[in-house]
Design a protein. Structure first.
Length: 238
């Protein structure tokens, strides 16, 4: 009879302070938003093309949703506050023969003489529905935030590029903004805008001259490099 009365109170004990949970879930939310933002930007750079229509946005958002699979292994961290505030102290007290609730020595009594609750050790933490629900409640909004922020960031970068390309006389090219520096945007002579991931990958290897001025850049680099090479060859020839 008394045991039945004690159960609900020990269930209540299995909750960490609300602030601790908010901090743990907030940290997870920040991590998830950053990861999903980067995933969206990378998807956008890999898809290529300049600007985005609904099709591109849908494709990149699906790729980002697929990338969120990598965040699901963090599911025990959704219960971090409970593990840290409830299960670890209870475990320490159980090993020291103390009441799991108040820490008073129980001297093998079933009921604590200090707080009147059961001295039975608390159940160990187990993966259940609660951490999964909590992580889902973090990941779904984070997916929306990541995609919206990623799209806004890519558009901002592209509109900045358009302004720069207009200001530059002739063709213009530069890398996309962080975190997608591997992709390049370019504006050719007739003002057509392109963006591609890993353009001319070989060039990036052959480029690395110690002399900064000898590193060819931009559109027409290959023709210039060939010309220079031919000129050097002609010079060397007797
Ligand atoms: Zn007690």
């Amino acid at each position: 009879m008394q045991e039945a009365d004690l159960r609900p109170s020990s269930r209540e004990e299995l909750r960490a302070p609300a602030g601790a949970n908010a901090a743990a879930l907030g940290a997870l939310a920040v991590l998830a938003c950053a990861f999903l933002f980067a995933s969206y930007c990378i998807a956008r750079a890999l898809v290529g093309g300049f600007g985005s229509g609904l099709g591109t946005i849908a494709l990149c958002a699906s790729a980002t949703a697929a990338a969120s699979i990598f965040l699901w292994w963090l599911v025990p961290f959704a219960d971090f506050a409970e593990i840290f505030w409830v299960h670890l102290p209870a475990d320490r007290r159980a090993r020291a023969a103390q009441c799991p609730h108040c820490g008073y020595p129980h001297e093998s009594r079933a009921t604590c003489t200090e707080c009147g609750r059961s001295t039975e050790p608390l159940p160990a933490w187990a993966l259940g529905a609660r951490p999964v629900r909590r992580l889902a409640a973090v990941l779904v909004p984070a997916l929306v935030v990541g995609c919206v922020a990623g799209e806004a960031w890519c558009r901002l970068d592209e509109s900045r590029f358009v302004v720069e390309a207009r200001g530059a006389a002739g063709p213009y090219t530069r890398a996309r903004a962080f975190p997608t520096g591997f992709a390049r945007m370019s504006c050719d002579e007739d003002g057509a805008l392109h963006s591609e991931a890993w353009p001319d990958f070989d060039r990036d290897r052959s480029w690395q001259s110690g002399d900064e001025s000898r590193r060819p850049r931009g559109i027409g680099w290959k023709a210039e490099a060939d010309e220079r090479e031919a000129a050097e060859k002609a010079q060397r020839a007797p």
